[in-house]
Design a protein. Structure first.
Length: 82
C-alpha cells in the first residue's frame, strides 16, 4: 500500500491522505501513459514533439509516400509458349 501525503496532490488538502494500492496504480498506469504522458511529453529524439504527434506525422507521411496498390494478378506472370 502506498500513502501519498504531499500538499495539494490531486486537489487534496495537506491534511488529507490518498491511499493507493499497487493494483490501483497498475490498473491506471496504461491510461495515464496513453492519455496524459504521451500526449504532453516532449521527446528530444523525436524533435521535441510528443510521441502522439510523432505517430500522427509518421502515419501521414507513410500514407503520402505509398504509391498506388499494384495489381497482384499482373505480378510474376510468365507466359509459356505452346
Amino acid at each position: 500500500m502506498v500513502i501519498l501525503a504531499s500538499p495539494n496532490t490531486l486537489g487534496h488538502s495537506p491534511k488529507e491522505r490518498l491511499v493507493v494500492t499497487f493494483d490501483d496504480i497498475a490498473e491506471q498506469l496504461p491510461r495515464f501513459i496513453d492519455d496524459v504522458y504521451n500526449q504532453r511529453r516532449l521527446h528530444s529524439a523525436l524533435g521535441y514533439i510528443s510521441p502522439a504527434q510523432f505517430e500522427e506525422q509518421h502515419t501521414r507521411l507513410m500514407v503520402q509516400h505509398q504509391g498506388p496498390t499494384p495489381d497482384p494478378s499482373a505480378q510474376g506472370v510468365i507466359m509459356q509458349a505452346e
